[in-house]
Every structure is written in structure tokens, then in C-alpha cells.
Design a protein around this ligand. Structure first.
Ligand code: NCD
Length: 310
């Protein structure tokens, strides 16, 4: 069953069972590459208005692997800069037969406005500090691959939660699938108000580390931070940087994740790269498969049986 116009703007667009389905499908694609015609004759436009290495490349590879026709529209060449409205851009692309727009934009909410006027599917590849749903999906797949489940896992998100779209989407996904979330950071980057059911706010990283299954480090978002909020990176590093000493506090089977790009010396020291539970490369690798699964799900709908073609 196809789903006309369904989009992925944040993870709350999907139910818990849809998220589980996407993860299962991504796992199947990982184990057994699908034929390259899942999105045959489907035109996908990548509309990125913000720097991206991982996410852009990962989407481009995923789109190719499912056989879509892929067009990249570099920001400088879009007519949005000439005063064209978002709605007009959406109408124009739809008139050319574009079925999927993958977009990243520094403004929170941009993909939502695009989706309002676009007769097709919009995938949010990161909007301002708001949401990054496919990053959260690849993080969930990494956790599930490691532990065989998400429900009941204790996951700590550490650092600049306030400015992090990765954190926001991960909180939605982790809660939907029943993980226990602990947010850890200083008051200025993590307001108490971010606590809610199943989501605790803590300040003392050293006290938390022995009690978690996974640590998700977040990049200090220098480009979004006023200097008054974070007067000193040294001070941050002293309290929150994951280094050899802090790695020793972790449980034996715990894993460490980071969405990248990471700032060496700020969120982590190079000791982390030698830690057996460091899962950055797996996260990046999983990104391609979850994006393939999302594209297939939005355009073709759910399959009756996972792995079956229809
Ligand atoms: C993140 C992003 O751009 O939101 N990176 C990514 O997509 N893997 C995280 C970040 O910029 O810190």
C-alpha cells in the first residue's frame, strides 16, 4: 500500500511499530542488499542549505542503492535566494515530477513549510536545532544491533542538548521504543525543563557513567551558541569530555556513540577511538540502510512480510 504524501519530518510522524518496521527493514537491507529497482523512475531531489558530509553522502548513496533518479540542487542554485517562496519551490519541483525532497536547512521548521505545499514526500535531513529523524533512526539501529532490543536500555545523551536536533529526535525515538533516557550536561546547555516522563536531567557525568548501556556524545554546536551560554570550553571539557578516566567508569559492555562531526579535545579525547565499544563507524554505516528503508517505506508503503518484494 503506497502512502501518498507521507513525510518524515520528525520521528513522531511514525508510530512505534512503524519505527520498528523501518529498523527491521534496514537490517534486512544490510544483510541482503535489495534489487536496485525499489524506487525505479522515482525522482528524488536533495535540497541542502547547510553543510553536510555524512548525511548528504549517506542519502545520496541510499537513493542510488534503491534505484531512484537523483538530482542535487546546491543551495546557491535554488531560486529561494531570488525571492521565490518555499511554496513556489515545492509547486515547481512537483510539476517536474519530483516525488521526494530530502532537505536540510538552518531554520527550524523549514521542511514542515515545504511539506505543506509539496505534493510528494519530504524527508527532514536536519532543520535548525529542531529535528534530525534519520540520524535518530540510525542511532536506534546501532543500539538494536548491539543489544538486540531498545526497550529498557539506559541511554545517556551528553553535552549540548539544548541546540541539538539529534538529541531531540533521539529522545522521541528512544522513548517510543521504551528506552530510559538520561540527559547530562551543564545548566546552560540543558535546562531542567527538558525532563519529562522517562527522561531524566542530570549534571554529574561521572556519577551516571557506571549505570548506562550507551553514551551518546553530542557535538558542542559552536555555530548556534552565544558566548554567554558557554563561557569556557575548558570548563566544559573538565566536566563532560569523555577521556580515558571516564571510559574506565563505564560498564564492560557499554557502547559510546557520536553523530559526528566530533570535536577532538572537546567532547572526547582520542582515547575514545581505541575503546572497544566505540560505535561511530557502525552508526555511519547504518545510516545508508535506514535511509534506504525510509525511502522505500514512504514511497512504496509497508510490505506484508519483511524482506518480501511486492
Ligand atoms: C549532526 C547534524 O548536522 O545535525 N550531524 C549529522 O548529521 N551526523 C550533528 C551535528 O552537527 O552536531
Amino acid at each position: 500500500m503506497a502512502m501518498p504524501g507521507r513525510s518524515l519530518l520528525d520521528l513522531d510522524d511514525f508510530t512505534a511499530s512503524e519505527i520498528a518496521y523501518i529498523l527491521e527493514r534496514a537490517r534486512a537491507f544490510h544483510d541482503d542488499p535489495p534489487p536496485r529497482d525499489l524506487l525505479r523512475d522515482v525522482c528524488v531531489v536533495n535540497l541542502f542549505f547547510e553543510a553536510s558530509t555524512r548525511t548528504y553522502t549517506s542519502f545520496a548513496i541510499a537513493e542510488t542503492r534503491v534505484g531512484a533518479d537523483v538530482v542535487a540542487l546546491p543551495p546557491g542554485s535554488s531560486s529561494l535566494g531570488k525571492g521565490e517562496t518555499i511554496a513556489d519551490t515545492a509547486i515547481t519541483l512537483a510539476a517536474m515530477g519530483v516525488r521526494v525532497i530530502v532537505t536540510r536547512h538552518p531554520e527550524s521548521g523549514f521542511p514542515y513549510r515545504l511539506a505543506e505545499s509539496f505534493d510528494g514526500h519530504v524527508i527532514n535531513a536536519g532543520d535548525g536545532r529542531h529535528a534530525h529523524p534519520t540520524q535518530a533512526l540510525l542511532d536506534l539501529l546501532t543500539l538494536q544491533t548491539e543489544f538486540g532490543k531498545i526497550a529498557g536500555l539506559r541511554v545517556a545523551l551528553v553535552g549540548d542538548i539544548l541546540h541539538s536536533r539529534v538529541a531531540r529526535s533521539n529522545i522521541l525515538g528512544l522513548r517510543a521504543l521504551g528506552a530510559e533516557v538520561t540527559l547530562v550536561g551543564p545548566y546552560t546547555l540543558l535546562p531542567d525543563a527538558m525532563a519529562r516522563e522517562g527522561v531524566r536531567v542530570e549534571r554529574d557525568l561521572d556519577a551516571i557513567l557506571p549505570h548506562v548501556d550507551a553514551v551518546m556524545l553530542l557535538r558542542i554546536q559552536k555555530e548556534r551558541i552565544a558566548s554567554a551560554v558557554l563561557p569556557s570550553l575548558d570548563d566544559y571539557a573538565r566536566n563532560y569530555r569523555l577521556d580515558a578516566q571516564r571510559l574506565n567508569l563505564l560498564a564492560r559492555d557499554a557502547i559510546v556513540m557520536h553523530p559526528g562531526p566530533y570535536n577532538r579535545g572537546v567532547e572526547l579525547t582520542e582515547d575514545v577511538f581505541a575503546f572497544p565499544g566505540w560505535r561511530y563507524a557502525q552508526q555511519v554505516s547504518h545510516g545508508v540502510f535506514v535511509r534506504m528503508a525510509v525511502l522505500d517505506f514512504l514511497v512504496n508503503g509497508a510490505r506484508a512480510a519483511v524482506g518480501a518484494r511486492g
